[in-house]
Write a protein that binds this ligand. Structure first.
Ligand code: COA
Ligand code: AMP
Length: 624
């Protein structure tokens, strides 16, 4: 069946479509209800089905002929290590670590925070939680202690799992002091921390708080998978919203397993036994979906890469990995290839490697900008595919259906909506917009399986953030349009979320940190376009009356504070002191207009502005 028929069926008869896909996984109890609405009013898939995600991704394959196939390749240029784990080895390690968790009193529904670098034990920990029906919440290693504490307080975990350090190129980043600080800051600290001591740096253990990973593992008894309901949560993944408080996106077990397995073929054209490499981090949704879960649900080999696109050791690192492990399809963020292009513009390093195993190159995390698209297309001579998705959806909302019927790619477009996603473009009143007109991108309910049913502990925020602006539709927060051939173009966020090196950040969160500086009366953060990282945050601060502080000193203090409170990943380096911020007469800061000024785009002073002269002052500050 062609893409258009499948897509139409998925929209017109979603239950028939997803019932068929649900046949592809081995349930403990097959669902008889395919789609329903829960007591909170959210659409739920396969509500009475029972399964275990870890069983499906590991034990199932061990029992069905893949026991000796490589499930995981760990490639770490920063530690000079390459390791391979078969499905059997991985299943045994997961069962054993699930035994450790069980001994620590972890069971169905308990939360476990994982703050770890890209090491196989992180994957083992995530699956061990899934095996017991516990809910993991992975926090990206580039976040500072305060961010970790915020997530601890929201998830209220019984246990925290961490490693002694991560490695950024050649820098050893101790994680344990950040864990200790976060535990101290948290109002609801975990009962215990289990620490993986990596060889280069041993963490100092705190008696009564910390337990040693290896010691617990060496005496653990393996635990069997526990059946859970399809609607039980598999994980919480925090992502930036428009306010300082991150949103805990909840992923269920059933819809997730069905949709992710489906996507491996439909979106990526990957078959069991083939090697799939998502060059992301387990702290992001791409890492959850396409390093950890989908490739193993589909019986493939997944690759975990502890390195960077450049400097580990050079801009040929990605090509080396693809050749060495015979990667069939690679998935990375455009910013990674911009970094490679910057260091090796002619792609000379690529010529050293045989990339014949790779049939498709996928990009997401931010829009694939046309210059990077053309550069990659020419260099690789294979389909270069942009696809659009969000933490909230867990898989591609739009992409090129490579496993159904591949389409011509178009620069700047994420191609076509994935089956199950009824994507529409509306104006601010919710009126449908014609082809070619840019507006808000919304998705008509029901969202397909794997998409979030709620936010952890805050259903009201779920409704307000996504469901209330256009009743019956999910608000993506992105702007875009369809062209006359039905290709979707996603042009950027319409809210205060920014995208820095493929990482999603909230300007509101950075503003909160700046505003907490004693000298600052008020502030605004906007993003400025950046040739490498896509966007970079810049701040504007108005000082309190009577405060005499050198702007250079203030900038240094605030930059250090953002780094300390949010983390290095915020990439916040620039703060400008201004006399006033441009506002509407009702007091709303004109961030969009400021952003246009910062990016050298044309702008006109909105009619509602309090005092248009302030805009000139902003332009002047940016010029200096
Ligand atoms: N733990 C601790 N610190 C981390 C970290 C981690 N896991 N990840 C990043 N950092 C630090 C970096 O060391 C850097 O610190 P510095 O300011 O001391 O130099 C800072 O956070 C900013 O990191 P980053 O924005 O990643 O910059 P970079 O120069 O190190 O690398 C890229 C730039 C483009 C190569 C890199 O950002 C990249 O590969 N991005 C792809 C992102 C991605 O895969 N996103 C997922 C969507 S598919
Ligand atoms: P995250 O939740 O971190 O995956 O970030 C999701 C956001 O990243 C989306 O809302 C988009 O703004 C942006 N994004 C991700 N992929 C793409 C893409 N292919 N094209 C355009 N924007 C993208």
């Amino acid at each position: 069946m062609e893409y258009s028929d499948r897509y139409q069926q998925s929209i017109a008869q979603p239950e028939t479509f997803w019932k068929q896909q649900a046949e592809e996984i081995d349930w403990y109890k097959k669902p008889s209800t395919i789609l329903g609405v829960d007591e909170l009013g959210s659409d739920r898939w396969f509500a009475d089905g029972e399964l275990n995600t870890a069983y499906l991704a590991l034990d199932y394959h061990v029992e069905n002929g893949r026991a000796e196939q490589t499930a995981l390749i760990y490639d770490s240029p920063v530690t000079n290590t390459v390791e391979q784990y078969s499905y059997r080895e991985l299943r045994d390690q997961v069962a054993c670590f699930a035994g450790v968790l069980r001994e620590q009193g972890i069971g169905k529904g308990d939360r476990v925070i994982i703050y770890m670098p890209m090491v196989p034990q992180a994957l083992v920990a995530m699956y061990a939680c899934a095996r017991l029906g516990a809910v993991h919440s992975v926090v990206f290693g580039g976040f500072a202690a305060r961010e970790l504490a915020i997530r601890i307080d929201d998830a209220k975990p019984k246990l925290l799992l961490a490693a002694s350090y991560g490695i950024e190129v050649d820098k050893v980043i101790p994680y344990k002091p950040l864990v200790d600080q976060a535990v101290e800051l948290a109002e609801f600290p975990p009962q215990r921390c289990v620490i993986l001591q990596r060889p280069q740096l041993k963490a100092e253990m705190i008696e009564g708080q910390d337990l040693d990973w290896q010691a617990l593992t060496s005496r653990a008894k393996p635990a069997d998978p526990v059946p859970v309901k399809a609607t039980d949560p598999l994980y919480i993944l925090y992502t930036s919203g428009t306010t300082g408080k991150p949103k805990g996106v909840v992923r269920d077990n059933g819809g997730h397993a069905v949709a992710l397995k489906y996507s491996m073929k439909a979106v990526y054209d990957i078959n069991p036994g083939e090697v799939f490499w998502a060059a992301s981090d387990i702290g992001w949704v791409v890492g959850h979906s396409y390093i950890i879960y989908a490739p193993l649900l589909a019986g493939c080999t997944t690759l975990m890469y502890e390195g960077k696109p450049v400097r580990t050791p050079d801009a040929g690192a990605f090509w080396r990995v693809i050749e060495q492990h015979k990667v069939k399809a690679c998935f990375a963020a455009p910013t990674a290839f911009r970094a490679i292009k910057k260091e090796d513009p002619e792609g000379a390093l690529k010529q050293k490697y045989d990339l014949s195993s790779m049939t498709n190159l996928f990009l997401a995390g931010e829009r694939l900008d046309p210059p990077t698209y053309y550069w990659l297309k020419e260099l690789c001579d294979i389909p270069v595919i942009d696809h659009w998705w969000q933490t909230e959806t867990g898989w591609a909302i739009a992409g090129n259906p490579m496993g159904i019927s591949p389409q011509e790619t178009k620069a700047g477009s994420a191609t076509l909506p994935s089956p199950g996603f009824n994507v529409q473009i509306v104006d601010e009143t919710g009126k449908s917009l014609p082809t070619g007109k840019q507006g808000q991108v919304v998705i008509k309910r029901p969202l397909p399986p794997a998409c979030l049913p709620t936010l952890w502990g805050d259903h009201q925020r779920f409704i307000e953030s996504y469901m209330s602006e256009f009743p019956g539709y999910y608000l993506t927060g992105d702007g875009g349009y369809f062209d006359e051939e039905g290709y979707l173009f996603i042009m950027g966020r319409t809210d205060d979320v920014i995208n820095v090196a493929g990482h999603r950040l909230s300007t509101g969160e950075i503003e909160e940190v700046i505003a907490s500086h004693d000298a600052v009366a008020e502030c605004a953060v906007i993003s400025q376009n950046d040739a490498l990282k896509g966007e970079l945050p810049i701040g504007f601060a108005v000082l309190k009356d009577g405060v005499e502080l050198n702007p250079v000193q203030l900038q240094a203090e605030v930059v250090a504070k953002v780094r300390n409170d949010i983390g290095p990943i915020a990439c916040f380096k620039q703060l400008m002191v201004v006399k006033r911020l441009p506002k509407t007469r009702s007091g709303k800061i004109l961030r969009k207009t400021m952003k246009s000024i910062a990016n050298g785009e044309s702008y006109s002073a909105p009619g509602t502005i309090d005092d248009p002269v302030v805009l000139d002052e902003i332009a002047e500050a940016l010029d200096n």
